[in-house]
Design a protein around this ligand. Structure first.
Ligand code: GLY
Ligand code: MN
Length: 354
């Protein structure tokens, strides 16, 4: 089923007559349009995509399920939207809560006679459950992520800088028709204690943990993959930390089944790390939704007190980060199927000493 049909059904169930999508992630999700300016106005029985003249041709090429309207100077978006609201006799309009305060102030002023109401979780709720077509695209993005990881790991050796590996990751994705999903993380030695370290000029040294976190956006969908290796020789402490993070990761991936509770999966990772007094070094959530965006709606966290469902795609990424020592993160992407978790990323994850 296409996204427009899913939205129409959800709107009917929730009693919405008209909604306006303005966040680029949800506009891309419903339309497949990848330009930077677009709105989707969905009413009970139609779906309109609005952009300006810069994107008129691109919109015709990319969008199948929505009627397309483009405008140029001297019209502006507020006039165009107001006209469309009038034509459709829109009185109550659901808007995405992510709009800025500035947009809210402007919309209140420009959209006379239209009551603006926050949409709540309607769109994120749909975005969390991927269609088969979306899952296939994520699968392809994961394949390319694995290929990139294999190449990046082969570059890890004493004397190579984090920056050189980071640059190669970006180049690899671009050369293979993808975009980087986020700035790659290549963190060596003490830098690996920073979960979101940026590649630096630091040269890899013997004894380092090296964490590489990379992902691409391919055909509009994302992958997100992390591996940590040790350079030269691993100490007992490094092995202990790595094995505990690995156990947490493997067991939590297997817990991703329909009906499980996201909060419990996150807690399980913390319990395993606590066995070795390592939970105190794991500050971020266990995982996040993955789809159009690298951080799609949904978190595996203590706040995620709801049952998981078939069609959701999650990252699972426990980590331990110890200042002045280093850190380990292991991350895979997992889709929940009717027969259990399917791990979409396949780079080996047993402790590797390079
Ligand atoms: N891969 C980066 C993140 O999940 O934040
Ligand atoms: Mn991630």
């Amino acid at each position: 089923m296409g996204q427009v049909k899913r939205v129409h059904e959800a709107m009917a169930a929730a009693g919405w007559d008209a909604i306006l999508l303005s966040a680029s992630s949800s506009v891309q999700w419903i339309s497949d349009f990848t330009g930077s300016f677009g709105y989707a106005l969905i009413t009970t029985d139609d779906a309109l995509f609005i952009t300006d003249s810069r994107y008129a041709i691109q919109a015709e090429q990319q969008i199948n399920d929505l009627e397309i309207k483009s405008f140029g100077s001297p019209k502006n978006i507020y006039e165009v939207l107001s006209d469309e609201f009038s034509k459709r006799q829109v009185q109550r309009l659901g808007f995405e809560p992510s709009i800025t305060f500035g947009a809210w102030e402007t919309w209140k002023e420009k959209f006379h006679g239209v009551e603006l109401l926050p949409l709540g979780d309607l769109i994120p709720g749909l975005m969390k459950i991927k269609t088969d077509a979306e899952i296939n695209k994520i699968r392809e993005a994961c394949r390319l992520g694995d290929a990139c990881m294999q190449r990046a790991l082969s570059m890890v050796q004493v004397g190579v800088s984090e920056y050189d590996i980071g640059l190669d990751i970006e180049f690899f994705f671009r050369k293979n028709g993808a975009a980087i999903g986020f700035d790659p993380i290549v963190a060596s030695g003490p830098n690996s204690a920073k979960p979101h370290a940026r590649p630096s000029e630091r040269k890899i040294q013997r004894g380092d943990f090296v964490t590489i976190d990379l992902g691409c956006t391919l055909d509009g969908y994302s992958s997100d993959l992390t591996r940590t290796v040790v350079v030269g020789e691993a100490t007992d402490r490094q092995c202990e930390i790595y094995e505990q993070v690995l156990r947490a990761e493997v067991e939590c991936c297997q817990m991703l089944v329909a009906g499980a509770n996201g909060k419990d999966v996150d807690q399980h990772a913390r319990n395993i790390l606590d066995e070795k007094d390592l939970g105190q070094f794991f500050g971020h959530s266990l995982g996040h939704g993955l789809g159009r965006a690298v951080h799609d709606p949904g978190r595996l966290h203590f706040t995620a007190d709801e049952p998981l469902t078939v069609g959701q795609v999650w990252t699972v990424e426990p980590g331990v980060y110890i200042e002045d020592f280093g850190g380990v993160r292991i991350e895979d992407d997992v889709v929940i199927t009717a027969s259990g978790p399917e791990i979409l990323t396949s780079t080996p994850k047993e402790l590797t000493v390079v």
